[in-house]
Design a protein around this ligand. Sequence first.
Ligand code: UD1
Ligand code: CA
Length: 518
Amino acid sequence: MNGRYREAAEFPLLESSHSVSVRPAAVVILAAGEGTRMKSATPKVLHEVGGRSLVGHVLAAVDQLNPHHLVVVVGHGRDLVSAHVHQTHPQAVPVVQEQQNGTGHAVRVGLAGLAASGVQLPSGPVVVLAGDTPLLTGSSLVELVELHSSQRAAASVLTAILDDPTGYGRIIRGGDNDRVTRIVEHKDASDDERVVREINSGVYAFEQDALTSGLSRLTTNNAQGEEYLTDVLGHLVSDGDLVVAHVADDPDEILGVNDRVQLAQAGALLRDRINNAWMRQGVTIIDPTTTWIEVDVQLDRDVCIERNTALVGSTVVESGAVIGPDTTVDSCVIMSGAHVFKSHLVEARIGPDAAVGPFTFMRPGTELAAHAKVGAYVETKNAVIGEGTKVPHLSYVGDASIGAGTNIGAATITVNYDGVHKHRTVVGDHVRIGSDSMLVAPVTIGDGAYTAAGSVITDDVPPGAMAVGRARQRNIEGWVERKRPNTASAEAAKAAESPHTGSADQPGGAQSTPKEHE
Ligand code: UD1
Ligand code: CA
């Protein structure tokens, strides 16, 4: 079925796909820092928003630049970070920075590592950015590189205007043209400089020789005792080289994640960005603040998503389907016109116009054919459920295949586990499984067969047979009055035996007939 769906690359929800006219020679992603403020055993750049790691978002944006070479500078959690990057970007060269001596040092180490791996850079700029800015878009990177080459700048920096620039490096401008003269880190800035609201995003494009010469002149003579990459820009301006700034349209793009508060902020901003994009594509989202759609999800027009719903993993939803409220759908295919209501689904396929929920738990390998229905308090796993078949209430269907037009009575269980092995249940077409049946697998129920309610079915049932697997009922008359004398039950039984007299304690008792109690 996958072939029916668009490849993610052909359907850029968040990334415009106009390509850059100048391919960067290399992109260097800085990701060696510890991320101390996350207070986490997981390296910072591997934390996720929108179903993708922080560095994964940066890599997706960098893809728009189509660089010749890609370097990821790693340090803390280097093995995990390198392995993670390798999964999606096997061409990336991880370079270890043993000691985090600053962003300038990191770039020098990264370029040296690339050279040591035998790479000779072709012509083109070198782009540097950090691995913890998940909202940065490929378009902003493309715009920065385009500006850099059209201006023939030695260095270009992506900046943003923030209401609260605290903590960021400030862009200091001067001269007649109000050109960038240098960047000063917050900790090194004077009171006058701290008033500046234009900040350094930490994203740059450099001419190769300008970068190399600037890096060679860095010192640790500053408030943090680090080699600042930002100082390269000041050195270039002193040399008379041109440094330009591109102000990002959306200041949210530069949000760097340093702690879990910022992680949640970035997650919420990304959620809004994704939801807005889908709404513009023709998806109805009833309550965007409680709707969480991960980046790899694909939706058709006229999908409707009700409140408090998460669509995660590789989920695909076709036109006319309604999902939610209060639903999580993880890596499922929901086909056209299906309705999934207050449920939790993982790796399931829901056929056209099928209905699921409320309170259904679908585990991997569940496949519902068209017009099938799985209802309240039903759990399914590894189960193929045929066209128009219903499993409406309180059942477990695991390791089973069920034909078309079949009805599974309430509280039916496929008894699939003998304590050691799992076994399959096969149910044919147009079968009627009575309520509270135990189908003890391996077992096969033939087409058109019935099972009596409350049966324990241990043997195969031939097509068209009625299977009865339960003790016959017997009634022991008068048992309650003999064995439980003087109880309310015994009194009630006695009253039922004698002709009715009516009583204030039994409202309506005299008039009521059994029918009215049904
Ligand atoms: C940096 C900029 C600041 C800018 C801000 C934007 C410098 C000196 N300052 O500050 O002007 O406003 O980013 O977010 O560059 N890293 C390494 N190795 C190191 C040091 C850092 O790989 O030795 C990585 C970090 O893991 C991080 C990135 O580089 O991903 C930025 O480093 P960080 O220490 O966060 O810089 P800031 O102080 O935020
Ligand atoms: Ca930072």
